[in-house]
Write a protein that binds this ligand. Structure first.
Ligand code: C2E
Ligand code: CA
Ligand code: CA
Length: 592
């Protein structure tokens, strides 16, 4: 250790040398702090001496600069009250007092935050020593400190850059690995699935080559923000390469649940992407892997999703599941949905009519309108094949309106020809009935056909009754006021209690065919039908049994007091022409 240091030399000293110097100095400081000020004036680090109470006895010019104060202002003030945050002040002071009274060891080195006189926060790396008098009694502390705020900020920045993609600010591959590991642990614990979507923008390389990288970058940034907009809060979106994104979908019960997100991604790319040089049309490929089915750890899942992605590209499909069967299943669904949309545009839906008969007189009271899809290559398709899908994507709304329009036109024609005088029953899906303007829409369609409202009955499934009773009641009342009857379809399969039914102004209960099928031998079915009929009579509802195929089913239902019936025994659903012929052939029955 140099005993005498010249002014110029002190600036060249390293931090640790300075600390040693400080410790050395501390002895001398006891005699003459003023003398040493000479060295401290030029030191490039903050030098601070505190007395036993924490009062500042020395602060060098560099210290004043860092703490944004002056010597005059600082000397004599308590360090902990002036430069330590309010929250930490009490604790820091207690610790300091423990140190100077010898109850606690002093840390030679630590980093902490100080608050400057202008209330700015700085991070200081401290080296500390105790000040002792000739007897060895502690009389204060001496610290040299370096302002490392900038360094720490850039360390954070480096850290951020190591984990986030600069262009999109999304987690990068490195961070994705960590997130995935954590998500997998959670999925394992909760016994849920996790879906990895490996998303690749097709032909981005061409865009970079043709239009330049700034346009390519703009496209990536826009795709990133579009993708972030469609994922749920619990999902993760990351960019792991030039044109590759990975989405983790968490808390999935069935892999098929990812379909919604998948469709949204595909739809995003159906629109063009705006750039400085105009709109660009892009396409996307997605590879899908599912935990636990397609892998137990992150690496395997990512690898398998990538394999699925390559497969999707090869097949020129938008997406591909690592597990092949599911891919086929979902692909069929998507194809079917496209087909359904096309069918609506091409008016491929037609209506069949199934007679409804008075069980006691044999009179034709009406008919149920049942939709059929006349597919250009597959022929006539029954509704069970496409109604569930149409319900889930709401295409049932336009389809249902088409059926009503067509049924109204047909009935108008039969009425004008005087061959039909009953009602036609049209099925209204729950999705349709939930629409706030369902009454306006349906009545408008009937009015357009110049058919009287009394010729129409609406069939609504029992499950619809689970909605808000007040809203339902209002809709039912408006239909009733116009003369449109309402029947509850598939009755007995839902959960409506008798007292619940009472509040709705409905006209008819349709006893579900599952209760009719095993009549007259199934005792519990008979008991249920008996109860439904008794209740319907008490509440003033009409009853109709559907699915009557045998004569003895019909006579048993009559015995139980059921008024109307519908089923293959009388007629299968018939196309418009066949139903017309049926009406004419049975004209004596319906007493024209
Ligand atoms: P649903 O409303 O319960 O219609 C009765 C179904 O039972 C019809 O099947 C009919 O053909 C069938 N059926 C009639 N009599 C018998 C019989 O004696 N034995 C047997 N085994 N079956 C009989 P369909 O036409 O295939 O319709 C199936 C379902 O599709 C309908 O069930 C209804 O829920 C739905 N659906 C049909 N058309 C429409 C529509 O225009 N809109 C809506 N929302 N749904 C419709
Ligand atoms: Ca029905
Ligand atoms: Ca039914």
């Amino acid at each position: 250790m140099k005993e005498i240091i010249k002014r110029g030399e002190i600036e060249k000293l390293s931090h640790s040398e300075l600390v040693n110097l400080n410790m050395n100095l501390s002895k001398k400081l006891q005699q003459s702090i003023a003398h040493e000020n000479l060295y401290l004036d030029v030191a490039s680090v903050l030098c601070l001496a505190l007395d036993n109470e924490g009062k500042i006895v020395l602060l060098n010019p560099k210290g004043c600069e860092i703490l944004e104060t002056t010597k005059e202002e600082a000397i004599g003030k308590n360090w902990f009250e002036m430069f330590v945050s309010k929250e930490q002040s009490t604790h820091a002071k207690e610790l300091f007092l423990a140190i100077v009274t010898g109850k606690h060891d002093m840390a030679e080195y630590y980093e902490n935050q100080v608050i400057t006189a202008n209330a700015n926060q700085r991070i200081i790396a401290w080296h500390n020593a105790l000040l002792k008098d000739n007897d060895g009694t502690i009389i204060g502390t001496f610290s040299s400190g370096e302002d490392i705020t900038k360094m720490q900020e850039s360390q954070f920045e480096i850290e951020r850059m190591a984990h986030y993609d600069i262009l999109t600010n999304l987690p990068n591959r490195l961070l994705l690995g960590g997130i995935l590991e954590h998500s997998l642990m959670q999925a394992k614990r909760n016994h849920t699935k996790l879906v990895i979507l490996y998303v690749d923008i097709n032909k981005l390389k061409d865009i970079n080559e043709i239009y330049g990288h700034d346009i390519g970058d703009a496209v990536i940034a826009q795709v990133a923000s579009m993708l972030s907009a469609i994922i749920r809060l619990e999902d993760t979106l990351s960019r792991i390469g030039g044109d590759e994104f990975v989405i983790i979908l968490e808390e999935i019960q069935e892999a098929i649940e990812c379909e919604r997100t998948l469709q949204q991604i595909i739809q995003l790319f159906e629109q063009s992407i705006q750039t400085r040089i105009g709109a660009l049309i892009l396409s996307v490929s997605v590879g899908i892997a599912v935990y636990p089915d397609d892998g137990q750890n992150g690496d395997t899942l990512l690898k398998n999703a990538d394999i699925a992605l390559r497969q999707a590209k090869e097949d020129k499909n938008n997406y591909c599941f690592f597990a092949h069967e599911m891919s086929v299943q979902l692909h069929e669904r998507v194809l079917m949905e496209q087909e359904l949309r096309r069918a609506i545009d091409n008016q491929e839906f037609i209506v069949y009519y199934q007679p409804q008969i008075d069980l006691f007189t044999g009179e034709i009271l009406g008919a149920e309108a049942l939709v059929r899809w006349r597919h250009p290559t597959l022929g006539i398709i029954r509704p069970d094949t496409f109604i569930p899908l149409a319900e889930s994507n709401r295409l049932i709304i336009p389809i249902g309106e088409t059926v009503l329009t067509m049924a109204c036109a047909a009935v108008k024609k039969w009425k004008d020809a005087n061959i039909f005088k009953g009602r036609v029953s049209v099925n209204v899906s729950g999705k349709q009935f939930q629409l706030p303007d369902v009454v306006e829409t349906l009545t408008h369609i009937i009015e357009q056909s110049s058919l009287d409202f009394e010729s129409i009955e609406l069939e609504i499934t029992e499950s619809v009754l689970m909605g808000d009773p007040q809203v339902l009641s209002e809709k039912f009342s408006r239909f009733k006021a116009l003369g449109i009857e309402v029947a509850i379809d598939d009755f007995g399969t839902g959960y409506s209690s008798l007292s619940y039914l009472k509040r709705f102004p409905i006209d008819k209960l349709k006893i579900d065919q599952s209760f009719v099928r095993e009549l007259p031998n199934n005792d519990s079915d008979s008991a249920i039908i008996k109860a439904i009929i008794a209740m319907a009579n008490a509440l003033g509802f009409k009853t109709i049994a559907e699915g009557i195929e045998e004569e003895d089913q019909a006579s048993f239902l009559k015995e139980l007091g059921c008024m109307q019936g519908q089923g293959y025994l009388y007629a299968r659903p018939l196309d418009e022409q066949a139903f017309e012929a049926f009406l004419i052939a049975n004209s004596t029955l319906h007493k024209i």
